[in-house]
Write a protein of this length. Sequence first.
Length: 164
Amino acid sequence: MNWAQRRKQSEHFSALVTIGIPIIRGHLMCVAVLSERTIGGEDQRPINQQVQENRMLTPKEIECLRACNECATACLQCATACLREEDVKPMARCIALDYECADICCLAATSIASGSTQLDAVCALCASACDACASECDKHAMDHCRHCAEACKRCADACRSVAK
């Protein structure tokens, strides 16, 4: 497939945008993000109308999806900043919870975007992971920890509103 064919193909599938976030542990994490752009070609409806055979995401699900993505990003940024601190040892629990929370937030975002049958359980798990991460980050005075704690609290609230 040449460059022009790839570009045309990517234009047809531009509605579900994927953000790659490098992780220090050596792999690439992808977070699904819904976009308001339409798919080119046959179907010009917004992606929210096309997800899972025309299943439309509720406003709560869209809010939660965004909160999960923001939280995952904040957690990864916090972990990276913690690893750059002069004394890393006191930050070990914070770093571990940051990574765990980011992973679970990505699972929740994927579950929302795909309309998973386990959505309630995944969102409840995500809220719990966010609560634990926020609690730990609140113990530290660094700006990155404060920012992470705020994102975790917003995500936990959004996940609880989706989980029934």
